[in-house]
Design a protein around this ligand. Sequence first.
Ligand SMILES: [Zn+2]
Length: 321
Amino acid sequence: MAYKRFFKIENKHYSEKTKKKALRQGRQLTVYDLEGHPKFKSKKDVQQGFYHREDLGHLKFKDNKVKLEKIGWVKLAENRIELQTANKFYNPRIKFDGFNWFITVGVDYQSNNNNNQEYSEGIGIDLGVKDLAVINDGRKIPNINKSQEIKRLNKKLKRLQRKLSRKYEKQKEGGVNRYKKTKNIIKLECLIRKVHKRIKDIRTNYLHQETAKLVKTKPEFVCMEDLNVKGMVKNHKLSKSIQEQTFSEFRRIIEYKCKWNNIRFIVADRYYPSSKTCSECGYILDKLSLSTRKWVCPECGVIHDRDINAAINLMKYGKSA
Ligand SMILES: [Zn+2]
């Protein structure tokens, strides 16, 4: 039933009233392109949200409910006591990820950072394709995109997307870009969004777990290389954009977790040759191809694992920074 209303909307821009109605009903709004056709392919476009006024009179948390301007009380899935006692909210934002509505607010709160914990030695982290990250002590964080579960979900996604495009093809109406949306197409699109979300959730959860483990040991500093360097890495097997997204997300999360824990976060200069330098004697190779996983230093004869060597160099960089 909800979808009927959804298709009656022809306007490219939704009124505030419509958005709020959708929020109350936990329902999604279609995003239309400039010609007025619904856009479904990009996952990004499914994301919707709007800002809320900051003042307390209009935004209130009580028990497991939140009072929103013009909408009224909305039940929350999670009850946060600190929100009920907050005296100011910063930048409230309401977002829809395709399934659930989220509200995010910033609040002031007393941080209870206990600085008496001893720091351990600083670490260098090398980001890679085979493993997501390698630490200078040899620890490796595997690439989640290569896990069985993600591979399975990606396969499933591809299959569903093929199915969807076939269905659209069948619904083609005379004109070039006119399609009739059938119930089956809507169902299929919902399923595709669900798989996308599952993949995203697994990936995010993984990044949080792994970065938390690294920060927990409270290293004196964390040193990483400039992401622009890694951005140039050609990757044929996996989508490059997914890889880059994972890198920047990893870096973003670890950076703010370091900040929270008073750990120095260092980014090496983008021209620092972390992979080509021998971590034993400092000899710098002229060239090191991307496929070379192990190499022998011509100066001192030490055999290097490419990633661990780079991570050791980054650790040294951080020490002298
Ligand atoms: Zn050497």
